[in-house]
Design a protein around this ligand. Structure first.
Ligand SMILES: Cc1cc2nc3c(=O)[nH]c(=O)nc-3n(C[C@H](O)[C@H](O)[C@H](O)COP(=O)(O)OP(=O)(O)OC[C@H]3O[C@@H](n4cnc5c(N)ncnc54)[C@H](O)[C@@H]3O)c2cc1C
Length: 360
């Protein structure tokens, strides 16, 4: 009852339904878990931090002030934005959320009083070299948040954000959990030091408590940040990811492109790139994507770890994130806050509402 209440309370402030791979009862469990986790976060924030600190801490209950500490155009439409909290944060959200929770924050446009969600990445810009750095485990630079944003000609908030100068103060609310994976009690944290060293550790041997599961992610444009958050966060996603990325050109990612390459070289992800600049025909692009979509595998649940298998990826879940038209083509249209039936390319490959989740 309490969990149901939490879900209802926070779904209005953007906690969208979360679900997990098909297994009896698992879907409902995860929804409850998402509500519960948000509830726990509020509880922690409200009761364990003294008054002033609580006010300073990022929370869905009030807006927190952040300074624009870096802004860089990638091209005419895309830009990178680093926000530094005016008051240093106490809670390391990267360690708290790990790969179990996909999360976003809301940024307020005060003139028109609207908010929009943006998905932070665990990155910061080195002020001397201007290079992007992935946070090391247990480091979070006092709560800096990094974003990859697209502005639209008629858009309200992204265009406004882009127009702001460095050191301008903006207000944020959150975090909001957009999707939640099952929690594996006592699971070993996944190493991600290759993201700092830039090279593969030949001696790195992974051993987990439970067998990992693989997922497929279908992303277009800035939707790729959802995949990047799972792959870059502290204790990143433990399985392999089949990442479909549709864009005009890979160059749109700017410096994020080399991070994607590094993840792929280290077998964290297999990237299927579809560039409209190289293939202008939408039907042909969809055909290319379709050829690479694997059929769903069954979610194994909690199985003791028995080593990484060398064979083909076995995705048990597909997450879809991008503009409406993209979501519709891949997985059937999403109806406002409801998922709608699974259609499009995923339906053709036997995916269904139990193992597909449309994110935006
Ligand atoms: C959970 C979540 C996380 C998000 N994370 C990010 C992120 O990290 N980076 C990011 O750039 N965006 C992200 N978004 C999208 C973001 O919230 C805004 O919707 C986006 O910035 C557009 O807002 P706007 O106010 O600038 O445009 P709006 O005023 O909302 O839109 C005006 C017009 O812009 C065009 N437009 C707006 N959005 C799209 C679109 N997706 N595709 C095509 N045309 C569009 C349409 O013509 C629309 O009529 C996220 C959304 C959600 C729900």
């Amino acid at each position: 009852m309490l969990l149901r209440h939490l879900i209802r309370t926070y779904s209005t402030s953007r906690l969208r339904n979360a679900s997990v791979p098909s297994k009896d009862g698992m879907k409902r469990w995860a929804i409850a878990c998402a509500g519960g986790t948000i509830g726990c976060f509020f509880y922690y924030n409200s009761y364990y931090l003294p008054g002033q600190l609580r006010q300073n801490e990022l929370s869905p209950d009030h807006f927190t002030r952040y300074r624009i500490s870096y802004k860089q155009d990638v091209d005419q439409a895309h830009f990178l934005l680093e926000l530094t909290p005016v008051a240093e944060q106490k809670i390391n959200l990267w360690s708290k959320m790990g790969c179990e929770k996909l999360w976003s924050v809301e940024i307020k446009q005060p003139d028109v009083m609207v908010v929009r969600n943006y998905t932070p990445l665990p990155l910061q810009v080195n002020p001397e070299t201007e290079q992007l750095e992935v946070f090391e485990d247990d480091k979070f630079a006092g709560g800096k948040l990094f974003f990859y944003i697209k502005q639209y000609e008629q858009g309200e908030v992204a265009r406004w954000l882009h127009s702001l100068p460095e050191n301008h103060i903006v207000e944020l609310r959150g975090p909001y959990v957009d999707y939640e994976f099952p929690h594996y009690e006592g699971e070993v944290r996944r190493d991600r030091r290759f993201l700092q060293s830039g090279s593969k550790d030949p001696d790195a041997q992974e051993k987990f408590k439970y067998q990992q599961f693989d997922i497929a992610m279908f992303t277009a444009g800035t939707g790729i940040v959802t995949a990047l958050q799972l792959l870059l966060t502290e204790n990143p996603f433990r399985g392999s990811m089949d990442l479909f990325y549709s864009c005009k050109s890979f160059d749109e990612l700017g410096p994020l492109g080399s991070i994607v390459d590094l993840l792929e070289k280290n077998d964290r992800v297999r990237v299927h790139l579809t560039e409209s600049s190289k293939q202008p025909c939408t039907e042909k692009r969809l055909h290319e994507i379709s050829k690479c979509i694997l059929k769903p595998s069954i979610y194994p649940g909690l199985v003791p770890y028995n080593g990484k298998s060398d064979h083909e990826l076995k995705p048990v879940l597909s997450l879809v994130c991008g503009p409406e038209g993209y979501i519709a083509a891949i997985s059937g249209p999403k109806y406002d806050l409801t998922q709608g039936p699974i259609g499009g390319l995923l339906e053709n490959k036997q995916w269904n509402n139990d193992n597909v989740y449309k994110l935006t």
